[in-house]
Design a protein around this ligand. Structure first.
Ligand code: FAD
Length: 328
């Protein structure tokens, strides 16, 4: 199964995070044949980066992200829908009324046909690009942590001086955990802080917390016993032990530019940051191509919204495939 021409109503889902896994379940229930293709070595997407108990998912109390990923993965595996791992599409082209994908797999290039394609490729933490223009990045690299690893081994950071870069929920949550470990914490945001109220309230006013905005980093200089940080704004200089960069996420859509023919890529109407625009039913501007989850820049990126949008995409695909073909 999964090879060229084998299955008429096969639906290829790119990405086995919560959105893709949920879409697979729903497509299966709706009588279609989902095929999950995942670039990583494990299903679950960003869940694998959330090492803390995730109590935001109804009925799943106390489970960490990887535990939730296992649970979601077991569900689809029980229906023989386990994702194919280490698979990356290199070409996505029209084939009759559907699609033909060229996919790089562990065993080499493979052609896969699909009646519809769902993009559920999520986002990745912004890294060096979030610090563009800051001098001394390379020299300071050993003291900089980007994205979710900033939440790992917090016990070992007891009493350290930490600069957290970012003004959203992740940055403020990280600051709170560091404060709980007795750290001295500076949180700097380029514009205003955008974290939810509860996250801000947990940090603001704490004696070892310093929230600075708007502030731009100018340069980083490793010095004996730490990292000197030069700022455009007051104070002009800080001395810290390490820096955590939690400055948002970027969509995993770069591959679409090279995989799709230019005229189809143009129909996707990505926004300025590369997020896929979809209508209320998850259709992109390119007929037969759908998108769900964080890759669509939801107002509230979360496990439950990704699951919901994956289910919606499945339902929309099933409805659209029921329509008689339009002669052109
Ligand atoms: C540290 C951290 C903590 C979080 N905490 C919470 C929380 O407490 N509660 C909550 O609700 N949410 C939380 N989130 C957010 C939540 O994890 C995401 O909103 C959710 O995982 C989005 O699901 P998704 O399926 O859209 O995308 P993702 O989870 O990003 O999955 C996308 C998948 O697509 C794969 N992929 C990428 N490119 C390709 C390609 N070209 N081809 C095939 N596959 C591809 C990726 O490898 C990945 O597996 C947290 C996120 C992080 C990073």
């Amino acid at each position: 199964m999964g090879s060229a021409g084998a299955v008429a109503q096969q639906i290829v889902i790119l990405g086995a995070g919560p959105a893709g896994l949920s879409a697979a379940l729903w497509l299966h229930k709706l009588g279609l044949q989902p095929l999950l293709l995942e670039t990583a070595t494990r299903a679950g997407g960003m869940l694998n980066e959330n090492l803390l108990p995730n109590d935001w998912v109804l009925g799943q109390m106390g489970l960490t992200g990887p535990q939730l990923a296992d649970r979601f993965g077991e569900h689809v595996a029980s229906l023989a829908l386990a994702p194919r791992l280490r698979c990356t599409p290199s070409r996505i082209s029209r084939s009759g009324r559907g699609w033909r994908l060229s996919v790089q797999t562990a065993g080499g290039e493979e052609a896969i046909d699909a009646a519809a394609v769902l993009v559920a490729t999520g986002t990745r933490p912004r890294a060096q690009d979030a610090l563009g223009g800051v001098e001394g990045l390379a020299e300071a690299a050993p003291r900089i942590v980007y994205g979710p690893p900033a939440f790992a081994d917090l016990d070992g950071l007891r009493g350290q001086r930490v600069l957290v870069v970012g003004g959203g929920d992740n940055a403020l949550e990280n600051a709170r955990f560091l404060l709980d470990q007795g750290c001295e914490v500076w949180v700097v945001a380029r514009s205003r802080f955008r974290a939810q109220r509860a996250m801000m309230d947990a940090v603001v006013g704490q004696p070892r917390a310093h929230l600075l905005s708007p502030v731009h980093l100018r340069a980083l200089q490793p010095v004996a016993g730490g990292l000197r940080v030069l700022l455009d704004g007051a104070p002009h200089e800080l001395l810290v032990d390490r820096m955590h960069v939690l400055a948002g996420y970027a969509p995993n859509t770069d591959f679409l530019r090279s995989a799709l023919p230019p005229e189809l890529f143009a129909q996707l109407s990505l926004d300025g940051e590369g997020y896929v625009g979809v209508d209320a039913a998850t259709r992109t501007g390119c007929p037969g191509l759908y998108a769900a989850g964080d890759v669509c820049n939801p107002l509230f990126p979360s496990v439950v919204s990704a699951i919901a949008q994956g289910a919606l995409a499945a339902k929309t695909i099933e409805l659209d495939l029921r329509q008689p073909p339009v002669d052109t």
